[in-house]
Design a protein around this ligand. Structure first.
Ligand SMILES: [Mg+2]
Length: 240
């Protein structure tokens, strides 16, 4: 095998799951009209991602932990994801999940699927003693309003100039981060963004598409880094 370090960064909501779990929770437990308006405001860049989550939390009166767990347990992961995790480990690709959603359901869904020990960074969500939903943002960076968990910083902190970086994502919170990576796998909103901005990407529907393409790439003797991503990373490394 060719000796090179490859880091794989993957979004969670809408990428590893088919639907956005965070949004689905608030659509189920929050006041519908208000929830829809808040999400619209986010998508039209009227509010930041952090504001969006805070407002969504306040749109829920009270929630019982049991009901929340029951709701989360119905959500399915991409059936090909587990195999992809194995593929990464066999090929020594470091897989890191970057989510602008919440630890609450990521832990629960990974555990349910028998996926333990996966490295991930996300926001935090908990139900307090009054039954109120509360969010915390340990990785917030005010320079990155599109994601309450600054994904770009995790990419910079977890890779070096010599590494090849892969990004897999679908939405708003991936737009900035993906630009720092050499190979982008995109669907839905991220796909539209990359097309409009003329950023090269591979379209994908599920993790078996990603795995097939990555297998091809791994067999190549020479992998080309994306020049624009190199420039962005250099700039960020220097700013640290
Ligand atoms: Mg997503």
């Amino acid at each position: 095998m060719i000796n090179r370090t490859i880091k794989v960064f993957a979004d969670f909501d809408g990428t590893i799951t088919s639907e956005d779990v965070g949004e689905a929770i608030f659509k189920r437990f929050g006041r519908t009209e208000r929830v829809n308006r808040i999400i619209e405001d986010l998508l039209s860049d009227k509010i930041s991602s952090r504001q969006c989550w805070d407002e969504l939390c306040s749109s829920v009166d009270i929630v019982s932990k049991n009901e929340l767990d029951e709701f989360v347990d119905k959500i399915e992961l991409d059936p090909a994801f587990k195999e992809f995790v194995k593929f990464c480990s066999v090929n020594q690709l470091e897989l890191i999940i970057l989510s602008d959603g919440f630890d609450y359901y990521i832990d629960r869904l990974f555990n349910k699927s028998g996926l333990t020990g996966l490295e991930y960074y996300s926001n935090k969500l908990f139900v307090d003693e009054n039954g109120t939903l509360k969010a915390e943002y340990p990785y917030y960076d005010s320079d990155s309003p599109t994601s309450a968990n600054c994904k770009k910083n995790h990419i910079i902190n977890n890779s070096s100039d010599d590494d090849y970086t892969i990004y897999i994502g679908d939405g708003n919170s991936d737009k900035e981060a993906a630009q720092f990576c050499d190979f982008i796998f995109a669907k839905n909103g991220l796909l539209k963004f990359c097309s409009t901005e003329k950023i090269s990407f591979y379209p994908f529907k599920n993790f078996s598409d990603v795995q097939n393409k990555l297998s091809e790439l791994l067999n190549k003797k020479n992998l080309r880094k994306r020049h624009q991503a190199e420039l962005k990373r250099k700039h960020a490394y220097r700013a640290e």
